[in-house]
Design a protein around this ligand. Sequence first.
Ligand code: PMP
Length: 446
Amino acid sequence: MTLEQKDLKYIWHPCSQMKDYEEFPPIIIERGKGIYLYDKNGKEYMDIISSWWCNLLGHCNEKINAYIKKQLDKLEHVIFANFSHEGAIELCEELIKILPKGLTKFNFSDNGSSSVEAALKMAFQYQHQIGNTKKKKFMCLTGGYHGETIGALSVGSLDLYAKIYKPMLMETIHIEAPDCYRCRYNQNRENCRCECFSDAEKKFEKYGEETCAVIAEPLLQASAGMKIYPPLYLKKLRDMCDNHNVLFIADEIAVNFGRTGKMFACDHAGISPDIMCVSKGLTGGYMPMSITITTDKIYNAFYGDYNEAKAFMHSHTYSGNPLGCCAAIAVQKILREDDIINKAKARAEYLNDKLKEKLLNHKNTGEIRNIGLINAIELVIDKNTKEGFDSKLRMGYQIYKNALKRGLLLRPLGNVIYFNPPLIINEEEIDKAVDLCASSINDILS
Ligand code: PMP
């Protein structure tokens, strides 16, 4: 049996129709270096999606490797209740230096969805324990995505992941999200006053009293198709939460640590959330780790004598894993010492210019939008009507398969082809990746 056949015998891959794998078997990756992955036959793939948006500083980064190797000989894991370790403490000290103001308490888990679950429970329990017992509901934005566990799906809005489970999900209030490419108010993302915020105003007016928290992906609704909205919307949402005693949960999981050109997406709006979820790039894509970070004010509402039963009874076996902490410390040091985010800014512009040069005039390019190195090309049937391709045509999937043959790893979201590369991608690699991407689009949509 080949490795591919054995894989199909045993493995149920994530977010996949396994029948597709019969004609398009899994690619067995043997090693990685920088933005490249190499399969068992030595073929190279440019990983311009950072392996599901988590690889921040390149595969097999020598500095991160060295940190982890050292840690491995000291301590691999330890129970995190009553026990602690230097790495977790050092990581918190590192993060406090860069986090939006007021975020000072760190609750560790091991993946993005789990950190969202912790945030939802924390917000609910906080409101309850300070006497706001009417506040039981969550608000979220249409098109939002926060993970695929039951709580996270409840505050998400993408039917692709949630539809079948709806009878199991909690009831949530959905605010109409900005949709800048197809703005209902005929405004422009660059200079609008966020007229679309009127739906949030209505929902807060009606449901504010019974709402304990709002959760949103700041500035970029990633899974919805890399939809970008203005910082002003985020600022308005923050203010609205304050006016209604509603907590604001920022799900920074996909955008944290420089992806948008600033350390956190919230920084573009100059706001601090009450609770922030970080993951993915946190460990540079090395170890599964996430943190739900909050304020002293929220933390203090859980603090008391044991018999008051106020504690946050939430745990994950791998909370605070020392190898994860060690990778995360390495990431922070590299970001700072090598000035990675500032350097990536120039290359973000270069990438955007290149994509525009090669693809803006394509008959099916509706919009090329970008924030930081994240660039999305939305493909449409007609530029005037902005009508998208029927999802049954699987246009993105066809382009994905074509690009893989050429050695480029894209993972389109429906009709949206996007770049979300490691921050260390260089100009030469950008040129090559853009050419490969354009050729793949032209092959399918000539
Ligand atoms: N929130 C956002 C914004 C995400 O993009 C993701 C993952 N794509 C998650 C939460 C869930 O993270 P995980 O897949 O690690 O559970």
